[in-house]
Design a protein around this ligand. Structure first.
Ligand SMILES: [Zn+2]
Length: 277
């Protein structure tokens, strides 16, 4: 099962040990494609590992083959140790059991994802990895996910719990070629920041956004008043949710992962609000 889905490269020199995943969600192929591109360039000698080691792994193999997010369980919600066995019997259980073993002895972790709708690339980072994130020239860095239980069980927080520095990268829209390019360049930047390869890039300061709150769909009539696009800026007191109830922005904020309330059920998340820090 792990043939051709886990790849380890060792420079032969001391240095950090890096772990990079692509395709934890099976409809997000950009990470897998970018990893393949990088390995091709490594094998052809275009890049040489200078220090340390890097391990690449593909995530949800059956879901990748079927181009679906997951088969039985969202893989990015079941990277847990406590009560992990409750996922036994799902298509994802054995694979996640194995992938969890790869974190052992590693120093830093990067997980490559993409999104349903077009959006600028961004890094997700908790406080302990913010300095690393700020070195990687993403457009945005979104922090503060830890405060939301809705998004627990993800690879990044699993890595953090094992003492690694860890980042999730959202590269753009699933099928956009730019997402593959973004993922590829994030691999290079991530490895370069750890001294694994030699790669120079333009340093750009990212906007750092701290997630403060989220809104659930509570009424059938709920609609989002501003443009439904990631990182749309909304001024304090501007109309945010319209319909039978009206909600105004509690502070100057950016929308994160907003979605059309028409397409979701009561109780599901309409959007997160983040504050610029
Ligand atoms: Zn994803």
């Amino acid at each position: 099962m792990n043939n051709n889905t886990v790849f380890e490269f060792d420079s032969g020199n001391p240095g950090p040990s890096i772990l990079i995943f692509g395709g934890i969600h099976g409809n997000e192929h950009c990470g897998v494609k970018a990893i393949k591109m990088f390995m091709k360039n490594l094998n052809s000698g275009r890049f040489t590992l200078l220090n340390g080691k890097v391990t690449f792994a593909f995530g949800n193999i059956p879901a990748l083959e079927q181009n679906v997010r997951f088969i039985d369980k969202d893989m990015n919600r079941i990277f847990v140790d406590d009560n992990f066995d409750e996922f036994k019997g799902s298509s994802e259980y054995e694979r996640v059991s194995f992938l969890k073993t790869l974190f052992e002895g590693k120093d830093a972790f990067l997980d490559l994802h993409s999104a349903k709708s077009p959006c600028l690339d961004f890094l997700i980072s908790e406080e302990e990895s913010l300095i690393l994130a700020s070195e990687l020239s993403a457009s945005f860095i979104v922090t503060g996910w830890k405060n939301f239980s809705e998004v627990a069980g993800d690879t990044e927080n699993y890595a953090l719990s094992k003492g690694l520095k860890a980042l999730t990268y959202e590269a753009g829209q699933h099928d956009d070629m730019i997402s593959v390019e973004n993922s590829y360049s994030m691999i290079l930047k991530f490895l370069s920041a750890h001294g694994i390869i030699n790669y120079t890039f333009v340093k750009r300061e990212a906007k750092v956004l701290n997630l403060k709150t989220l809104y659930l769909k509570t009424h059938k009539s709920d609609s989002i008043a501003p443009k439904i696009e990631n990182f749309t800026f909304v001024k304090k007191d501007e109309l945010l949710i319209d319909g039978d109830r009206q909600v105004r922005a509690p502070f100057d904020c950016y929308l994160v992962f907003p979605c059309d309330p028409n397409g979701i059920k009561i109780g599901e998340t309409i959007c997160f609000l983040a504050e610029l820090i």
